[in-house]
Design a protein around this ligand. Structure first.
Ligand code: FAD
Ligand code: NAP
Length: 494
């Protein structure tokens, strides 16, 4: 263990009490460190604030998954009739937005509370203040009432995460909301324009549409840029078939508030140069996120960050200043995902305070996009594998499939599809797995562990499936794209 140094108030100060910062702080106290965590939430342009715990708990994964679940339940109510449930007046069933947001916010508040208690129990000092450097070892926290609290620490971890970008167009900041606001919005969103077709744009458009709020998505380049594009098109096809309107190759031009209170949005098709406009109740900006490093006064600490995104470059989580580290969304070039921040934070604390040699492995991190039909993946996309190894060296196994639960009632199965991207040469090491269908996250998580263990196509084909599940489809893959054979399933049990 590193020596506890009495010349500093703390062995570790963590700036940012979100997924990465809290994980790092808790692990550090397990190894005897004296730890302080600073966390402060600056209100969104629309004035939304929240408590301790960071993005995931308050305005990210958790409320998003709950709203996704609310949307799935709405579908289930309608499907239940085909299974014999007697539901009177099915057509009048609709979501009560106020009840939904209340339930979601109550859950979040309980997590905020449990997190505070946990920090107190672990004797981690929680400072509800906006932190900035005074010098490389001294941090000043500005508290809610404006007073200042100064502390020194031997090691500092930057875990400040990020916040939504707003495009530089008239009306964006004044009238639009972001993911910071949607989960606690005080009124039903109504007809919504979602700008951006990344994770957040597609997920929000997906659950809003399924909850009964018509959604239009402005797509600047392609949906889910960087993901396997065949899979991305499956989930956007599915969304379109459910009624989401996609405006491809478009950028927003302006948002204007009408006397009625509604918002008139104008956008440009960058291919045809055609301009379009429509009136919406809500415009949600989902145009990426920037890192919250501006307020940190990094210059006085000597820490370098990128001017455009505010992100910190730190290959092994150590910045260019030896005792200052960074974890989570603040890091340049790392997946912006909660489990990534948590894992990196824990490993970092073990390296600093328990002489652990273990570094974070950012390769083969699994992820899921929680669109109405979910998309889970791990490893390389088909495009990335071809780019890295060449078409001739890659084998892609693929299959459409019919989830058993989609037979009653007959549901759209056109987009239930999966593929394995593998090396062509034996033993056909698996480079990437991609799955569009129900519970994709649950399906892909176990296969991610298999990939970590060096999964090959032979392993996969020799794995006996669990029937009838959707995950078993990976064990049934045997058609290669190269063969040109029909990847449609013959029957459920063939
Ligand atoms: P954060 O959790 O953002 O925590 C940083 C904290 O530091 C915040 O509380 C911030 O206010 C505070 N802070 C910032 N500056 C200062 C300062 N100067 N002083 C004190 N405090 C400060 N990931 C998934 O894995 N799965 C998902 O399904 C998923 N869904 C998402 C949905 C949405 C809508 C969004 C926005 C994100 C989602 N993510 C998801 C991403 C995930 O939330 C982030 O990757 C994760 O929260 C990053 O953790 P972090 O510790 O880096 O930062
Ligand atoms: P993102 O995935 O980077 O997507 C941003 C989208 O906005 C892209 O479609 C981008 O288009 C578009 N865009 C950017 N600037 C624009 C502009 N000025 N005008 C029009 N369109 C613009 O970012 P995100 O959706 O905000 O998500 C941020 C991160 O949060 C993700 O990377 C992810 O790691 C994390 N997250 C994870 C989950 C999950 O695990 N399920 C869910 C939500 C968020 P281009 O492609 O053309 O640039």
């Amino acid at each position: 263990m590193a020596p506890i140094d009495g010349t500093f108030d703390y062995d570790l100060a963590v700036i940012g009490g979100g997924s990465g910062g809290l994980a790092c702080a808790k692990e550090a106290v397990n190894h005897g460190a004296r730890v302080a965590v600073l966390d402060y939430v600056t209100p969104s342009p629309q004035g939304t604030k929240w408590g301790l715990g960071g993005t995931c708990v308050n305005v990210g994964c958790i409320p998003k998954k709950l709203m996704h679940q609310a949307a799935l339940l709405g579908e289930s109510i309608h499907e239940a009739v085909s299974y014999g449930w007697q539901i009177p007046d099915l057509d009048s069933i609709k979501i009560n937005w106020a009840n939904l947001t209340e339930s979601v916010q109550n859950h979040i508040k309980s997590v905020n509370w449990v997190t505070r208690v946990d920090l107190r129990d672990k004797k981690i000092e929680y400072i509800n203040g906006l932190g900035e450097f005074k010098d490389p070892h001294t941090i000043v926290a500005t508290l809610k009432n404006g007073s200042k609290k100064e502390l020194t620490a031997k090691h500092v971890v930057l875990a400040v995460g990020g916040r939504p970008n707003y495009p530089d167009i008239p009306g964006a900041i004044e009238y639009c909301i972001s993911s910071d606001d949607i989960f606690s919005l005080g009124h039903p969103p109504g007809k919504t324009l979602v700008v951006g077709a990344g994770y957040i744009g597609l997920e929000c458009a997906g659950f809003l549409n399924s909850l009964g709020f018509p959604a239009t998505v402005l797509v600047r380049s392609v949906p889910l840029r960087g993901f396997d594009q065949q899979m991305a098109s499956m989930i956007t096809n599915e969304m379109e078939q459910r009624g989401v309107n996609f405006e491809h190759k478009t950028i927003p031009l302006s948002i204007e508030k009408l006397e009625s209170g509604k918002l008139k949005a104008r956008w440009l098709n960058t291919q045809t140069q055609e301009q379009k406009e429509d009136v919406f109740d809500t415009v949600l900006m989902a145009t990426g996120r920037y890192a919250l490093t501006k307020a940190l006064n990094l210059d006085v600490a000597g820490v370098k960050c990128l001017s455009e995104t505010g992100k910190v470059i730190a290959d092994t989580e150590q910045t260019n200043v030896a005792h200052i580290y960074a974890v989570g969304d603040v890091l340049e070039g790392r997946p912006e995902l909660t489990p990534v921040a948590i894992h990196a934070g824990r490993l970092l604390a073990r390296r600093i305070f328990a002489d652990s040699p273990h570094q974070m492995d950012y390769e083969n991190v699994a992820t899921t996009v929680f669109t109405p039909l979910e998309y889970g993946c791990v490893g390389l996309s088909e495009e990335a594998a071809i780019q890295r190894f060449g078409t001739e060296n890659i084998e892609v196994y693929h299959q459409f499939y019919k989830p058993t639960e989609f037979f009653i009632p007959q549901r759209n199965i056109r987009n239930c599809y999966l593929k394995a991207v593998a090396m062509r040469a034996a033993p056909q090491k698996v480079l990437g797995l991609h799955f569009v269908g129900p519970v994709a996250g649950e399906v892909i998580q176990g296969f991610a562990a298999a990939i970590k263990c060096g999964l090959t196509m032979e392993h996969l084909m020799n794995t006996v499936g669990i029937h009838p599940t959707v995950a078993e489809e990976f064990t049934r893959l045997n058609i290669t794209k190269r063969s040109g054979k029909d990847p449609n399933p013959a029957s459920c049990c063939s």
